[in-house]
Design a protein around this ligand. Structure first.
Ligand code: NAD
Length: 477
């Protein structure tokens, strides 16, 4: 296995790729080994000012570009992403840790986002209102303006694409701040856009100390919209910064997804589906199935079957062909997860699989905790790691109450063959997305987003495009 990390690490400002050149550097680490593999240049305040100025000018140019031309560039970028998919996926695995097959899936999904948004951009409609003869009133949808987009390290390519694709499709310019942990794959995505012919200043990429970059960008009147994916505390902080400039915001924040497993489900089929989903991307997924509430009559069989399948999940470097789960993405995560597991065990939870960190890098074993009491920290705080927690429920009402007991409301899942029960659940569960007998809820044409402490606004679907549009009414007498 060769692990040579072949990333061009640079900032993209006003069409120029900017290297070290005296800038501060940030170490990029292979999380499977805990070793530094490259150094990333960070933007200075002067770089950020240059990017803001270019985004302002880029917006004027891009909003006036006919939608067919914008769409053609985005389709070309999608084609380039597909052409370069293997190389981009390899960078992603090296810097983030996920198995290569998952990285390839992420890259393919990102190309699809650009294609879908390019198509949909020509279907942004306004309205003509009824007025007396000779008069007119029209409602127009226009791009909101330059966007500051902050994307996280768990799906570095897909979540950056999820902001770039709709914003660019409708005519906004974007300054993207990808996560410093995973810059190579984000840079490779940006290259596809510039190579597809996106003009300078329309999409830019700045790396930096997150709080310094966000204060600088959000403090500027140039930025009209902020899109953030990450934790709830950081989301709150960015909302406060955005409030001063009255900037539009989309907040895709944390979750703690409940999974309600009913006695009428096909137990083996359900287990075969839920266990790989739990450990996908080592559980570092905002909609990761986490709180497994299982109806009492099948609870013991469920946790036994879950534990047996968990023990089979092969961990290793993401570039190794037989790896099913890689390391956690950064040095912070194993400590955070250890503390949650130890707390739960001390409060009476049974550790039925895993429970410990690995011997090197940032690994943590695939873990199942059963009989976890509500007062355990892990039942209340998003683990964002490879830990499933299980507890029994009795009735439908009990299941709904348990699902809704947290302030989070991103995704919820249920497994049942009873469609009336499924519909009642769909109505009653407090979350932005519900998957019944499926986990396939993150797709290009559907809105993706949460309620309550999981944020607001949608990414994906026409709702995701609308979040980059402003509404204008024009009255003619
Ligand atoms: P964190 O709260 O420090 O950071 C979360 C993300 O926000 C990172 O990508 C980080 O670069 C960015 N960030 C932090 N401060 C920022 C600022 N002032 N301005 C702009 N961006 C900023 O936590 P972490 O240790 O990186 O991640 C752990 C937690 O983050 C998890 O528990 C999870 O809740 C959350 N998270 C959620 C998602 C998601 O998809 N919703 C993705 C990644 C992380």
């Amino acid at each position: 296995m060769t692990t040579g990390y072949d990333a061009d690490l640079a900032l993209l400002i006003n069409g120029s790729w900017k290297l070290g050149e005296g800038r501060d550097l940030f170490p990029v680490v292979d999380p499977a080994k805990g070793e530094t593999i490259a150094e990333l240049p960070l933007a200075s305040p002067a770089d950020l000012d240059e990017a803001l100025d270019a985004a302002d000018k880029g917006f004027v140019l891009w909003r006036a570009t006919p939608v067919e031309q914008r769409a053609a560039i985005l389709h070309k970028a999608a084609a380039l992403i597909r052409e370069r998919a293997d190389a981009i996926a390899r960078l992603l695995t090296q810097e983030q840790g996920k198995p290569l097959v998952e990285a390839k899936g992420e890259v393919a999904g990102s190309a699809q986002l650009f294609d879908w948004c390019a198509e949909e951009a020509s279907r942004i409609y306004g309205r003509v209102l009824v007025r007396p003869s000779g008069q007119r009133a029209m409602v127009l949808k226009q791009p909101v303006g330059p966007v500051a987009a902050f994307s996280p390290w768990n799906f570095p390519v897909y979540l950056m694409a999820k902001k770039l694709a709709p914003a660019l499709a409708v005519g906004c310019s974007v300054i993207a701040k990808p996560p410093e942990e995973t810059p190579g794959s984000c840079g490779a995505l940006m290259r596809c856009l510039t190579d597809a012919g996106l003009p300078a200043g329309v999409a830019q990429m700045v790396h930096g100390v997150p709080d310094e970059v966000s204060r600088h960008l959000l403090g500027s009147p140039v930025i009209r919209k902020v899109s953030f994916t990450g934790s709830t505390p950081v989301g709150r902080h960015l909302m406060r910064l955005a409030a001063d400039g009255l900037k539009r915001i989309t907040m895709e924040l944390g979750g703690h997804a409940p999974v309600l497993v009913f006695e009428d489900c096909d137990l083996d089929k359900t287990l075969d589906m839920v266990v790989p989903q739990k450990f996908r991307n080592a559980g570092q997924v905002c909609v990761s199935p986490t709180r497994f509430y299982v109806q009492a009559g099948i609870y013991e069989r469920f946790v036994e079957g879950f534990a047996a399948r968990t023990a089979q999940v092969k961990t290793g470097h993401g570039l190794e062909a037989d790896t099913r789960m890689g390391p956690l993405a950064n040095v912070r995560r194993p400590d955070a997860i250890s503390a949650l597991v130890e707390d739960a065990a001390a409060k009476g939870a049974r550790v039925l699989a895993g429970g410990h960190r690995g011997n090197q890098g940032f690994f943590f074993q695939p873990t199942l905790l059963a009989d976890v009491p509500d007062h355990a920290d892990i039942m209340n705080n998003e683990p964002f790691g490879p830990v499933a927690v299980a507890a029994p429920f009795t009735t439908l009402d009990d299941a709904i109450a348990k699902a809704n007991r947290l302030p989070y409301g991103l995704a919820a899942f249920a497994f049942t063959e009873n469609m009336r029960q499924a519909n009642l659940l769909g109505d009653a569960v407090e979350s932005g997305m519900v998957g019944i007998n499926t986990f396939a809820i993150s797709v290009a044409d559907a809105p993706f987003g949460g309620i309550k402490d999981s944020g607001f606004g949608s990414e994906g679907g026409i709702e995701g495009m609308e979040s980059y549009l402003a509404t204008k009414a024009i009255h003619t007498a």
